[in-house]
Write a protein that binds this ligand. Structure first.
Ligand code: ZN
Ligand code: ZN
Length: 397
């Protein structure tokens, strides 16, 4: 394996300003999930200008760019997500969001800028390039709404993609420090709503009513026992009830109560087990209190991100080769989720992390209105991405 030495290093340097400009442009114009129209237009325009074949409108605002190298080789995809979040940006940066209530607070502006620059770099050297590079710009990652319809729309066919790679920026690592976690790397996520129907009445006479708030409380506590008593100790699951709604006054027992929560696991079998149990569990607890509970899932959720061992080892070699030991950290699994999982279920590949955190202080978490990235991490991400694509397209690894 060889480093992306000259002329690549030179070209990366030349394009680093345009990489940052592009990221700042997306940052300034964030768009919510499945409504990324301007973002998609910029992507398509840049890819066309670089000479790629471009398909738009996949899953609504998804874009696919295909770059045919002039030498034979495999078809390798690079995936980037492009959506922003419903937050009001706090940091007073010169490229602060101009869309009220919308903010790139997960780093997807950086993912998009890196992927476009990667496509431009490879396109500029098409004559030396083996294989076919496919660039997947996926909408709606934050709502787990884009990956599935994009795959169904044929994003991985014509040409038939053989491997798929991607990266997520993280403020949890110092800028430029990269890592890959083999096996389960990110959790599955499923969102559920529970409606509890009781019977309202006077707070002084609970025996004449059926109190949905007491039922809700028992369901919340009971769900924790579902994890500790039914999930094998070696496996992990997190059940969080994030919202409870009911009632109007101290002394009125309400008619209904609502819970909203999420379930996360690293294992498809544990996920299936809990998805199956949750509904019955909630309704049986309610029955014990003479009430009714109905649990419904919101959307389809997403499975865990699982990096195959050999693809992870390959990416790790590319990282060490490109950045050296000092910038490669040990990969850790996180309970966050990402629908890159669906691409990795469809094709072998790997999803790795690139640090954009401040080295000297506690960073604001992703999805926080104070989120801020150290852009010094972007060129490091681009270098690893380029190294991975060059070697994968050459059939190495
Ligand atoms: Zn996010
Ligand atoms: Zn994200």
């Amino acid at each position: 394996m060889s480093k992306t030495t000259l002329p690549w290093a030179d070209e990366i340097r030349k394009r680093s300003e345009s990489l940052l400009a592009l990221r700042r442009d997306f940052h300034k114009h964030p768009e919510l999930s499945m409504r990324e129209t301007r973002t998609a237009e910029v992507i398509a325009e840049r890819l066309r200008a670089a000479g790629l074949e471009v398909r738009t409108g996949l899953a609504g605002t998804g874009v696919v760019g295909v770059l045919h190298g002039e030498k034979p080789g495999p078809v390798v995809a690079w995936r980037a997500d492009i959506d922003a979040l419903p937050l009001d940006e706090v940091p007073d940066v010169p490229f602060k969001s101009t869309a009220p209530g919308v903010m790139h607070a997960c780093g997807h502006d950086g993912h998009t800028a890196i992927a476009i620059t990667l496509a431009e770099l490879l396109a500029a050297r098409r004559s030396e390039l083996p294989g076919t590079a496919v660039f997947l710009f996926q909408p709606g990652e934050e709502v787990f709404g884009g990956a599935k319809p994009m795959i169904e729309a044929g994003a991985l066919e014509n040409p038939h993609v053989e491997q798929v790679y991607g990266l997520h920026l993280t403020t949890q690592s110092p800028a430029g420090v990269v890592s890959v976690k083999p096996g389960p790397s990110m959790a599955s996520a499923d969102f559920f709503n529970v409606e509890i129907r009781g019977m309202g009445g006077h707070g002084a006479f609970p025996h004449l009513s059926r109190d949905p708030i007491t039922v809700a409380a028992h369901i919340v506590v009971g769900m924790q026992a579902l994890v500790s008593r039914e999930v094998p100790a070696q496996a992990t699951a997190v059940l969080t009830v994030g919202q409870i709604e009911s009632g109007t006054k101290h002394n009125i027992i309400p008619q209904r109560a609502w819970l909203r929560g999420s379930l996360r696991t690293y294992d498809n079998a544990v996920r299936a087990q809990l998805l199956e149990r949750l509904g019955t569990f909630a309704s049986r607890i309610a029955e014990a209190y003479r009430a009714e509970a109905k649990l419904q899932f919101e959307g389809e959720g997403t499975s865990p991100v699982i990096n195959p061992a050999d693809r992870s080892a390959f990416v790790q070699r590319c990282m060490l080769d490109e950045l050296g030991q000092a910038q490669v950290a040990e990969g850790k699994a996180v309970m966050a989720s990402d629908d890159m999982a669906l691409f990795l279920e469809a094709r072998p590949g790997c999803y790795f992390r690139v640090g954009i955190g401040p080295g000297d202080r506690e960073p604001a978490p992703h999805h926080n209105p104070h989120f801020y990235m150290d852009e010094a991490g972007l060129p490091a991400g681009l270098r690893v991405a380029l190294n991975v694509m060059l070697h994968a397209l050459s059939g190495e690894g």
